[in-house]
Ligand binder design. Structure first.
Ligand SMILES: Cc1cc2nc3c(=O)[nH]c(=O)nc-3n(C[C@H](O)[C@H](O)[C@H](O)COP(=O)(O)O)c2cc1C
Length: 340
């Protein structure tokens, strides 16, 4: 069984990847999507999304990283994939699931599920441009409006050369609304000959058990469930092995949040760091009453030093205010609904 940490634009950046993979149980993770239009991106752009490249494309805990590209121009995606591979990217993942209106309007993400021939052309072009030892993988939703074309899309991706598929078991029109239609993952897995990861609405070990029973697959990608319960992958791995795992409590999660905040403070300008803290803390309130109490204290606070104090930290040195603009300001993504 493999457990992957889902790519999440504006949320799962190098800082959160560092903190979460250090907890354990995650076999691999992915960058946020990198949009490719009609240009060859500069290497610094890849570095911005994947600072882990300096450490051999692994997080500090040693968890391997993949790089995710999003776009619709096969030749241009191929050129950028080849560049990323020359920078050491060990796996190139392609995004066919993003539901954001601006992304779909410019022919990227889930809207491409209406065009299986284009999916095939994209994956083939990227596959051809890469060295043989760098796999191409793909992450798809079930479709744009309906799941009726899911099997055709999956076959097009695999025939084009995708070595693995992650299936987020919803259509673009489903957005992030429960339920996830796990039975479609089973159908995709039957239709293709490569490993298929089930993704969507796994918030607990019980969800994972039900998902595994319905999908019949061995591999899973965890998104919001793992962000809101950082040891969910460890809990699932233990359950699969038949071991007991005492779930982390707030006293163990709070140090993770402090570490996250300290790194955000060092990375982001002070006006952006508080938003990142509240974003993660809001998800943690699903599982930890201590997080709910802390959230009530920090929700209207914007001053970094007062936030240091509320987190029980000595005042940290002022954040560096320069070179790294936060990517969650990038147009085209509407995370509010997904995180509600
Ligand atoms: C805030 C947010 C950002 C996301 N960004 C990406 C992304 O960059 N690339 C991608 O393939 N999927 C992205 N997704 C989709 C997730 O990877 C995942 O498929 C989805 O959240 C369903 O899994 P979950 O129910 O376990 O969260 C994003 C989802 C959210 C909520």
């Amino acid at each position: 069984m493999q457990l992957a940490l889902a790519p999440m634009e504006g949320l799962v950046d190098d800082v959160l990847r560092d903190v979460l993979t250090a907890v354990g149980g995650i076999d691999w993770c992915v960058t946020e999507f990198i949009r490719v239009n009609d240009t060859l991106l500069p290497p610094a752009y890849f570095r911005k999304f994947a600072p882990e490249m300096a450490a051999g494309w692994r997080t500090r805990a040693g968890t391997p990283m993949r790089l995710q590209l999003l776009g619709s121009n096969p030749a241009c995606l191929a050129d950028n994939a080849a560049l990323a591979a020359s920078l050491g990217a060990p796996v190139i993942d392609l995004n066919f699931g993003c539901p954001a209106k601006t992304v779909n309007r410019s022919r990227g993400g889930a809207v491409l599920l209406n065009e299986p021939e284009l999916l095939h052309a994209i994956v083939s072009a990227v596959r051809k441009a890469l060295p043989a030892d760098v796999p191409v993988t793909a992450k798809m939703r079930l479709g744009y409006e309906s799941p009726d074309g899911a099997l055709d899309c999956a076959r097009a991706l695999v025939d084009g050369g995708a070595a693995q598929l992650v299936v987020h078991a919803r259509t673009k029109m489903d957005g992030y609304k429960p339920p996830a239609h796990w039975h479609w993952v089973a159908r995709v897995a039957e239709a293709v000959s490569v490993p298929v990861y089930a993704n969507g609405e796994i918030w607990s070990v019980d969800d994972w058990r039900r998902c595994r029973a319905v999908c019949g697959v061995d591999d899973f990608m965890l998104g919001r469930g793992l962000i809101s319960q950082p040891d969910l992958a460890l809990q699932i791995a233990a359950a699969r092995a038949g071991h007991d795992h005492a779930a982390m409590g707030w006293t163990e999660v709070l140090p993770l949040l402090r570490n996250f905040w300290t790194q955000c403070r060092a990375k982001l300008p002070p006006q952006y760091a508080p938003g990142r803290l509240k974003q993660w803390l809001a998800l943690l309130t699903r599982n930890y009453p201590g997080a709910t109490a802390l959230f009530a204290q920090v929700r209207s606070e914007r001053d970094c030093e007062r936030l240091d104090a509320l987190l029980g930290l000595p005042s940290l040195s002022p954040a560096r205010s320069g070179d790294l603009l936060p990517r969650h300001t990038e147009p085209g993504f509407e995370p509010a609904a997904a995180l509600a």
